[in-house]
Design a binder for this molecule. Structure first.
Ligand code: SAH
Length: 600
């Protein structure tokens, strides 16, 4: 197989077939400026729309042999193998390149899987021998190559033009290209960045091009003051919003927080905040994950501060996205100090802290008339330390009409409980531990304070979890509005906008992950943030779009594909989905909710 990139502008291309697979081919061809003719007796609506908009010519009829011979490229994607074969033979006879979907024998060329970042394209192929590998490698690249590569390529193209204009010798040109690459690409992490105007000028004009060893980024201090977001020379001033993501339920992000996210150039995100990341974040927003991840070391606090400063000094609008509220046990105060000292303008967009929201979702009001007249939020982490400012557990234990909200208190729970009991708190005081509150993974353990450590250990509860100690915990069973919803615990992907069906499902207790098509990088992070249980698919197109996503860590073979209509289910089975449930068309919200209720 010999790889080429074809220029299709103005070329006549034939697509035989009118379903989802044909549509995808058509869209790809139209995007490259090809002159597309579709032949199909019963084309799907999306194709008739493209025809009505003048994007393609659509012939509503059967394929007429040997018309494929009159085109530059021919595609066949019908479910009739005879028709596909005829198209292929006609094309072969006329020396026209032909491709039959899912039929390697009837292909004179294959389409590689590709990852596109602006004009940068990575194509992956296996000569048809192991298509499953291709999909996985594509996905790997899709995840590893961030959206910044598109911008970077545009900058590289500009840089090349500028170097050519200098009229230098070839060796010197190559040296400058090396310098550009070395200064802007981190080969270990596969990240790239657009150099600032001053850096670019430096790379162009220096008598000796500055060559950084590969992967070593020039330090921010080397950037001249005018570049540092000081507002001089008409440069845009960088700005940082410290935004609280809320406790996990994406609906608990504030309106202002969402606005800042959608308008940002870069988002620096904690792991705990991932479920609240807007799935419709434009792909141009650069995402930086700094949370703890299995197998990865968390980014150190100083590095987070330095990253915020660096991004802001590039003139960017930056969102620091933190779980709960940024100033409640989130080290937001320290980050704000770093910004203030670097003279970078910032704001705080408070979030719903776990302390008040997680108990509410577990059926616990944190205050209650005559029962609890004081609320204390405390970091239980401190209990592990022998020195420094210690929590006065003795004072907290002495107040029976109070609610105690303990953050970061799973491992230290036994010692905290011992201290509170020693201070005189009644061993019968109701107490709860709530893990991943407000999400589909929420788990609640209710007990007395004395029994709580054992109950938590028995249930295998681990962080992130919050403990609640105080008389109001006794209301939890009666006020359990969230965990008792019939479909609680389910986490379903749906194509956004989710419409009335999405809302109905949510009220039944489903955590709906609304994913736009094409799938955005932020939606991928959200899908992977917690295990998914299902995916609602309305047509074959959606099946194909999500088929590309199924290797994400949120997806397991247990994820059920709820397919609306026979064709949708058929496509899912063809692509090897194992748990396929067919839902009759049209899927009325009520009917689907009822079905899910029965089957889940
Ligand atoms: N700034 C955050 C707290 C950060 S400290 C806020 O305002 O909520 C992290 C601790 O918060 C966790 O160890 C846990 O105790 C608590 N926490 C955060 N989200 C939680 C959730 N969804 N469920 C239970 N506890 C949570």
């Amino acid at each position: 197989m010999y790889p080429v990139m074809l220029s299709l502008r103005g070329r006549r291309c034939l697509v035989v077939g009118g379903g989802g697979v044909a549509l995808r081919k058509v869209e790809g061809l139209v995007a490259e400026g090809a002159q597309v003719t579709v032949v199909a007796p019963g084309p799907m609506e999306a194709l008739t729309k493209l025809a009505a908009a003048g994007e393609i010519s659509l012939d509503r009829r059967h394929y007429q042999s040997p018309e494929a011979g009159q085109f530059a490229l021919a595609f066949a994607a019908t479910d009739d193998r005879e028709v596909n074969r005829t198209v292929f033979r006609d094309a072969e006879a006329a020396n026209v390149w032909a491709n039959v979907a899912d039929d390697p024998e009837l292909c004179s060329f294959h389409l590689p899987a590709r990852v596109q970042r602006g004009s940068l394209q990575l194509a992956v192929a296996s000569a048809g021998e192991a298509p499953f590998v291709v999909r996985r490698i594509r996905q790997l690249f899709e995840r590893r190559f961030g959206p910044e590569w598109g911008e970077w390529l545009a900058a590289a193209a500009r840089f090349r033009e500028a170097v050519l204009e200098l009229g230098a010798e070839r060796a010197e040109r190559e040296q400058r290209f090396d310098a550009f690459f070395g200064a802007t690409v981190d080969p270990q992490r596969l990240t790239a960045r657009v150099p600032s105007a001053a850096e670019e000028a430096h790379l162009l004009s220096g008598p000796q091009p500055a060559i950084h060893p590969p992967g070593v980024f020039p330090k921010i201090e080397s950037v001249p003051p005018a570049e540092r977001g000081g507002g001089e020379g008409g440069k845009r001033l960088g700005f940082v919003s410290l935004v609280g993501a809320g406790p996990g339920d994406a609906g608990l992000l504030t309106i202002k927080g969402r606005q800042r996210m959608l308008g940002a150039d870069a988002v620096v995100c904690d792991r705990l905040a991932l479920t609240a990341l807007p799935c419709d974040l434009p792909a141009r927003v650069a995402l930086h994950g700094v949370g703890k991840e299995a197998g990865h070391h968390p980014v150190r606090q100083e590095e987070i501060g330095a990253l915020l400063v660096r991004l802001a000094r590039q003139g960017k609008r930056v969102v620091r996205f933190k779980g709960g509220d940024p100033y409640v046990f989130g080290r937001g105060g320290e980050e704000a100090e770093v910004l203030a000292r670097a003279q970078i303008p910032f704001e705080v967009v408070p979030g719903v802290t776990a302390g008040v929201s997680v108990p509410a979702y577990a059926g616990i009001p944190v205050t209650h008339r005559r029962e609890a007249v004081r609320v204390t939020m405390v970091t239980a982490h401190e209990a592990a330390k022998a020195t420094g400012h210690q929590v006065r557990w003795d004072l907290l234990g002495a107040d029976p009409h109070a609610t105690l909200l303990g953050y970061m208190g799973v491992t230290t729970l036994p010692s905290v409980v011992a201290k509170l009991l020693a201070a005189g708190l009644s061993p019968d005081t109701p107490a709860a531990m709530v893990q991943r509150g407000t999400t589909s993974a929420q788990r609640v353990v209710i007990s007395t304070i004395e029994q709580l450590p054992q109950a938590v250990a028995d249930a295998g509860i681990g962080p992130p979890a919050l403990f609640v100690i105080g008389p109001t915990v006794r209301h939890a069973a009666e006020l359990d509005w969230f965990g008792s919803r019939p479909l609680f615990g389910h986490r379903l992907v749906m194509v956004s906008p989710v419409g009335p069906l999405g809302e109905r499902l949510e009220l039944q207790g489903v955590e709906v992950v609304p994913v736009p098509l094409p799938v955005t990088p932020s939606a991928r992070l959200v899908m992977d943030a917690l295990p998914l249980t299902g995916c609602v698919l309305q047509n074959a197109n959606e099946v194909e779009a999500f088929d590309e996503e199924r290797d994400g860590v949120g997806w397991s073979p247990e994820v059920v594909a709820w397919c609306v209509g026979h064709d949708t289910a058929e496509r899912a089975r063809q692509l090897g989905w194992t748990k396929v449930v067919e839902v009759a068309e049209p899927a009325e919200a009520e009917a689907l909710v009822a079905l899910l209720g029965e089957r889940l």
